[in-house]
Design a protein. Sequence first.
Length: 117
Amino acid sequence: MKAEERIRRNRIRRQRQLRRRLSLFAAAVLIALSMAGGSFIVRAENASPDVVYKYYTSIRVEKGDSLWSIADRHADGNFESKQDFLQEVIQINHLLDSDIRQGDYLIIPYYSSEFKR
């Protein structure tokens, strides 16, 4: 009788151990999935909600205009500096120097939040 009782207790003990191990395994899987799922969530807290598009337009050089005066009128906060704006204007227009004349046309970049087709 004592042997049967011991066998029954061992069986109950093994069942409890199995339930504990399954519970711990399920908890570990749940924690791992929640951590993995959390890493896929992207938060754009500091992202700018405004989308800005870059465009190009042609302007006519007026009397007294220089590249710097054009930069003063057309370079906005989307350029790092007026010098960056000027370098892009010189590159786009294939200018060899900063000499421009009245009546010339220049292509200049600008940014807009409006999407144009």
